[in-house]
Design a protein around this ligand. Sequence first.
Ligand code: FEO
Ligand code: CA
Ligand code: CA
Ligand code: CA
Length: 646
Amino acid sequence: MRDVLEIDRDRLEDSNPHGAQTLVDRLAACSPLRRQLLGAGLGALLGRLGFGVGLGMTGGCAAPRGPAARTRLGFGSVALDGRDAVTVPEGYVVQVLFRWGDPVGVAGAMPQFRPDASNSAAEQALQGGMHHDGLHYFPLDGARRGLLCVNHEYVDDGLLHVGGQLPWTPEKVAKSQAAHGVSVIEIEARGDRFELVRPSRFARRITARTPCTISGPARGHRLVRTAADPEGLYVLGTLANCAHGATPWGTYLTCEENFRDYFRGPEAPSPHELRWGLRPRDAWYRWSEHDERFDATKHPNEPNRFGWVVEIDPFDPLSVPVKRTALGRAAHEGATVVHARDGRVVVYMGEDARGEHITKFVSRDPVRPGGYAANRDLLDHGTLHVARFDPDGTGEWVPLIAGRHGLTPDAGFADQGDVVVKARQAADRVGGTPMDRPEWIAHDATTGWLYCALTNNRDRGRMSALPVDAANPRANNLMGHILRWREDGDFTATRFRWEHFVLAGDPQAEQPEHRGTIYGDYFSSPDGLWVDPRGILWIQTDISTGSLGRDEHRRMPTNMMLACDPASGEIRRFLVGPPGCEVTGVVMTPDLRTMFVNIQHPGETPAYRSDPTHPARFSSWPDGAGMRPRSATIVIRRADGGVIGA
Ligand code: FEO
Ligand code: CA
Ligand code: CA
Ligand code: CA
């Protein structure tokens, strides 16, 4: 039998293989109708009643949507054809801007990409990393010139090195670490294209070896002290940088997601290590073989130093990234920042693992004028909450504060440092709702709705896993769903009302529970979400490579990006990626005439690690003609220079 780690990236991405801790309690808390539904099998019931009716009975339910409302979408739907290309609607043009291996533009240090992957680790640390994910545009001159921050989430060692993992050397570990993290690049419009400004005084790479400081409740805490850092103040590097956020004071937030994949776990893990998915064996990336700090059997607190939201000042290339522990530790997806009326900020976060939670942080203090210099500690003081979604369509933000709601020393929470390092356990204890892998959260400033993509959860409703509930209504949730809520008052409120926005799926799927409730183009596994300033919701998909084009996903050979006008509810396909890619990360210039999107791991193989002897087997995008595929940031514009999507 093949090693599950070799074949199941979807499983690999899930850092909670054990399920959350309080399933029986939660099931018992369900209404009689819920128990009836569970007994009957929700899928069959939905099939009989139709989804709208079924969901209306079990939880918040969006009003029916359809052609009655006039759509604001002004482009033709793109077909899913499986071509080795990025396809956009007629009248739009795509430009490749920033690929893995392109020099970021540090003066005097701009090594060119070597197509045979023979760049050294030192060169990689000056080039774009692999597997682009979240990104944000910080204007320097409106829509003409700005900084792009780009996350590099993880690597494919089969593509990254000559010979892949054979042999496995310290230099390859260093190169793998250098291909993680964040790029800061300066870009400007030249004619009808965007180009990197090189050299640029802003150009920077942050990698898995860049020194970062720890701030907030876990700073100096006993759970983050190590032999190399006995005071618990500094960490080398940030990694697993998935989605992102941006603050009103002009900084970038990069979010550490699947950090446990980098650690060799102990043979007999503690309950804490088990809860965070550490495995009693070497990890997928094999860093511990040549970098001992990733061996958690020798350095058990090192994993506690990852899983944070990290704040970066993109305008100061010498600034030190800061791990903001008040926001809680998680397999973080993103950190969506909104500004409350009283001046405080609220940060919404999803934890992408089966049965994990949606959280929000409410700052203690209002934002002060004066940029980052005046707000350096703003994310260090405030209250972390976890969402509980009740079956009646309401919900509560339950605070995670040491000494309250059972977060006592007896339960393992002696102080707030314990609460934030063990945020999963804290959320379990206070009754946070375990969700179907929360990915991005997006805020619609025109309506106040907050949207969260629940990407999928094959384990939902199965033996020994989570039962279905109102907020996560489908057993074997292959397709995922998007849920939305509005706060009762301002963002700082403790209660909210929620509803299902759409259940993803394909109307031609064999099983009724996989057909979804989409009005418009079918899709699965929503992940990236962004609402632009007009209120158009952009949806990006991450169907795992092992599922693309197969079984219930047979009509989805590639991942895609869609647009939705929430007023009409119509969802229309805007972009189709090359084979094996994930489409993730989207932002526009302030004039809405230029869009930046990341294409992650084009050509990824069903084994999730490329054969180094055939690197271009599944894709040669974007360089073409047998070249190895490269993750890249692309630029999308209308040929006539008009507003995107209209
Ligand atoms: Fe890195 Fe949950 O996507
Ligand atoms: Ca994601
Ligand atoms: Ca995903
Ligand atoms: Ca991916």
